[in-house]
Design a protein around this ligand. Structure first.
Ligand SMILES: [Zn+2]
Length: 152
């Protein structure tokens, strides 16, 4: 299940990435390009724009009805009957959607605060934008509402 979000849905895109869904988002994207990418990569279009031309021509579009990103996420889960998958969470870069790879703690020494080094064991690296993630960075960015999408 892959997604592409229109430029109103940046927060929703991040939420979906946290949960492990392959989700494209660009801050400015034309309708034509959005549709072209959606079709060629078989992505479901998520949009707030009821006038989007793609609504008529694309097969898989969800018109997002809510303003609040957590409610938007609930709508997507409801309409696609998705179930939260614990194993998928925190597997993608929040910023660029690339799949993260684990890196040994020792390799992060220079790049993370010492309190993180002391308290965290698992570190993930984005090879595309060279960011390092650990549980704290993700969790801090999650709202309480999003937590309900991640099983214990
Ligand atoms: Zn990245």
């Amino acid at each position: 299940m892959k997604f592409i979000c229109d430029d109103n849905l940046g927060k929703l895109a991040k939420y979906l990435r946290v949960l492990g869904y392959d989700t494209l988002f660009k801050s400015e994207i034309e309708d034509g390009e959005l549709l072209r990418i959606a079709l060629s990569e078989e992505r479901i279009i998520l949009t707030r724009d009821s006038k989007l031309k793609a609504l008529r021509s694309a097969e898989r579009v969800i018109l997002i009805r809510f303003y609040d990103p957590a409610e938007q996420l609930q709508q997507v889960f409801r309409e696609l009957e998705l179930k939260p998958q614990k194993n998928n969470t925190f597997t993608r870069c929040l910023d660029c959607n690339t799949e993260l790879v684990e890196i040994p703690k020792e390799k992060c020494t220079q790049r993370i605060p010492s309190y993180v080094f002391k308290t965290q064991e698992r570190f993930l690296h984005c090879e595309s934008c060279d960011k390092i993630f650990w549980a704290g960075t993700h969790v801090e960015r999650l709202s309480e509402k999003l937590r309900s999408f991640i099983p214990d």
